[in-house]
Design a protein around this ligand. Sequence first.
Ligand SMILES: [Cu+2]
Length: 479
Amino acid sequence: MMWHGVKQPRNPWSDGPEYITQCPIQPGANFTYDIVFSTEEGTLWWHAHSDWSRATVHGPIIVYPANGTTYPFPQPDEEFPITLASWFKGDVMELIESALQGGGEPNKSDALTINGQPGDLYNCSEEGTYKIMVDFGKTYLLRIINSIMNEEMFFAVAQHIITVVGVDGAYVKPFKSDYIMITPGQTIDVLVTANHTPSQYYMAARAYAGVVYDNTTTTAIIQYNGNYTPPSTPSFPNLPNYTDTEAVMNFTSQMKSLSEVNVPKSIDVRLFITISVNTLPCANNSCEGPNGSRLAASLNNISFVTPDIDVLQAYYRQIGGVYETDFPDYPPMVFNYTADDLSDDFLTPLPGTKVRVIDYNSTVEMVFQGTNVMQAAENHPMHLHGYSFYLVGKGFGNFDNASDPEGYNLVDPPEVNTVGVPKNGWATIRFVADNPGVWFMHCHLERHSSWGMDTVIIVKNGSTNGTSMVPPPNKLNPC
Ligand SMILES: [Cu+2]
């Protein structure tokens, strides 16, 4: 189980990802988590972190302003968590297991849902469609969570402008928009004022296209209280087209921290990380990927292999042979990352359990560079456990080390725990490595993570007890 976006200072023991900070909880067994909150305020969420079990095991975490403080915006009249999720016919654990065995694409989901209900556009019961009742003139806080497995989502409310006020458990400078784009792993808090003709309006969500994606549309209804003749169909929002990459950039570019923040200016540890979908050779070309290969994914051409003992335990007890500490600071070669003609077998990745060890309190910069290997470029939501970080810049094409840093926002960049790296583009994050522990970093598109688009950041202890990992709980989960 993981507490997505909860930084868990000095306490990786309760972070949750299987074989990274613990071994999975076996059926009938139990494990007690110690969830330590610090600076988070807003919407976070929890989910299972074992294979694809998060499809059904997830829920919101809401952190309210501390006693005696208020929201940095007018107090909403009411609030609703809006959880987007995937629905599969069949057993999701079996689905990913057989996909990994065969080496091909896992099945797409059969529906997308809002608070557990697919809504009126699917061939199933309309009675369950999720509905919010509103009063004219009141303002509502929607805490939107994208728990979907493999799709980034556009979301909008018919005829109502929304005001974005928070992202990933931190406030942002409020801005208005007709729609949002939310990646798996992200949360976005928005205000909606019921200021239209009392009626029924759809809120709807559908994918921003990946290489393979569920193109269905999930809906819920905002229904005004009062006496009026309900429309035969509620009005429908204008969602951006599936492939509207510009709409994604236009939306995400508006996110800024509420006020000036303390962004690291001089950098101790600099990583340049390419993000690729790849293929691995398969005996007798008998797998279900392109030309009989096995689908894989990588960071800096290392395709992460999940160990049998969790990395945290191996690190703490100094058990050898579980992981290696040579995750590279840059890809094995410089190439035109976003070219159109990169072949399917361009740079076969190296499978391995490679981690990057970082000294306590280092200032860290990571530039994520999406690649077009296999013509499989898409927006990758990179998520780091144990931290939130500042998203200081992003753009399309190959990162230019000379000119692109000039455009960094070092004044009020948004503080997030997941960054959508633009399709065929790059994104730069900065943070201070002040949380000692073992922290998973991975793409939050589940099939990419299953294919190896992951690594682990180990932040060493500082020099005092207060800057070191807390001791392990009395009862660790057996492997
Ligand atoms: Cu990805």
